[in-house]
Ligand binder design. Structure first.
Ligand SMILES: Nc1ncnc2c1ncn2[C@@H]1O[C@H](COP(=O)(O)OP(=O)(O)OP(=O)(O)O)[C@@H](O)[C@H]1O
Length: 384
């Protein structure tokens, strides 16, 4: 299909679509700050003013037509990192650049004449898990899809707009398009609504879409359909995706098909990054290994994990993002933690930006880790 003539390629350079450097995001509990409770009482209740360290010193690049999947358990910081990547959340430290321009600087108008906040906002779109929340129940699909086009391309006439919407609906399998355009959200199934949400973001031909748990609420068969749709659209429009998921099977599917990467998050930090094959078939970090252990068998005929397998985690307690453990933040749970892990915080080890890397001393055969005592009286195996 033809694409919108945006003549918006104001930024034509070789810089990555997104580059995040040493990004941290902390949330201060506003309710606590505004609370009328005296300090002595909040302290006694254990309600200190320690902020939530949602994202901590993360660096990551997303290139042209790239797919990066952020995976990790609930609260690991995936959504916060994603929102920070597209400028919806200001980082507490570090920088997020869109094609070499710091997004927050652009927001403040510091690159006026070269790039404007509107360019960046159009270029970096989001699709949420909850398509209902993103839709107005009282307006037809036609009207909801026309809205962003009117906003971003005011010069586009009514016919062009209608044609654009109908073509996009047809292309994405929402047919008969004319029929769907007159429907209201409640007349659509969950999968159809998610398609419409994706179309709405894609109509603006963004450079990158943050797809935040977009398939999590759908049945398994629909999940594949929607991920395939994203991949088809990527081919047509050259879009990059930052795909957030807590599900290793989905992460593997989309990263594998798109030749992308998976970044595993734990307590605000990327602890391992690599291709789908590296992360699923050869995970290096004990946390990734445990994630794999805890996932359903990827192949139903390959049920290697049995209910008799003992949990390899040394603690079942949920980690506290207000109180990050010293050293390696995973050491309290890690079955392979040594003394040094309680003291020193490991960086990603293993190579350059796009290579398989893990934040674990075990990646370095000459690290003092190997001479340091296990904190559990010996390393425990993780059954995979
Ligand atoms: N607006 C906020 N104010 C305070 N704390 C927040 C806020 N948003 C997120 N958090 C906290 O930051 C941490 C990271 O949350 P985030 O939603 O980014 O994680 P996630 O991995 O996306 O989890 P989930 O899959 O449950 O959405 C969590 O401890 C969460 O409670």
């Amino acid at each position: 299909m033809s694409t919108i003539d945006t003549d918006e390629d104001v930024i034509d350079n070789d810089e990555p679509v997104l580059s995040m450097e040493n990004v941290s995001v902390e949330y201060q509990d506003e309710s606590l700050l505004e609370s009328a409770l005296p300090d002595s009482l909040t302290e006694r209740l254990g309600m200190g003013e320690e902020p939530v360290h949602a994202v901590d010193d993360v660096s990551l690049e997303v290139g042209e037509e790239d797919v990066v999947v952020l995976i990790g358990e609930s609260g690991s910081g995936k959504t916060t990192l994603g929102r920070t990547a597209i400028g919806l959340q200001e980082p507490t430290a570090g920088s997020v650049k869109y094609r070499g321009y710091d997004i927050q600087d652009v927001e403040r108008g510091e690159h006026a004449g070269e790039v404007y906040a509107e360019d960046v906002r159009r270029a970096l779109q989001i699709v949420h898990q909850d398509s209902d929340a993103a839709m107005n129940p009282y307006r037809t699909i036609r009207s909801q899809l026309a809205e962003p086009l009117k906003l971003w391309y005011p010069e586009m006439d009514l016919n062009d707009r209608q044609e654009r919407i109908a073509t996009m609906l047809r292309t994405t399998g929402v047919t008969p398009a004319e029929d769907y355009m007159e429907r209201y959200p409640h007349e659509l199934s969950g999968g159809e609504k998610q398609r419409v949400a994706i179309i709405r973001a894609m109509l603006l031909e963004p450079d990158l879409i943050l797809a935040d748990e977009v398939v999590s609420a759908l049945d398994v068969s629909l999940r594949i359909e929607i991920m395939d749709l994203l991949l088809d659209l990527q081919e047509m429009f050259g879009t990059s995706y930052l795909f957030v998921s807590h599900n290793l099977t989905n992460a593997r599917y989309i990263a594998d098909k798109a030749d992308g990467r998976i970044a595993v998050m734990y307590l605000g930090r990327i602890v391992e990054v690599g291709t789908a094959d590296e992360i699923i078939n050869d995970p290096s970090h004990p946390y990734t290994q445990i994630l794999k252990w805890a996932s359903l068998p990827l192949d139903p005929d390959d049920a290697r994990k049995t209910i008799t397998d003992e949990s390899p985690m040394m603690s079942e307690e949920a980690p506290d993002p207000r109180n990050i453990p010293s050293g390696c933040r995973f050491h309290t749970t890690c079955p392979k933690a040594h003394e040094v892990c309680t003291e020193v915080d490991p960086d990603l080890i293993g190579g350059e930006e796009r290579e398989h890397r893990a934040a674990c001393f075990r990646e370095d055969p000459s690290h003092e880790y190997w001479d340091s005592e296990s904190i559990h009286g010996g390393d425990r195996e993780i059954p995979l």
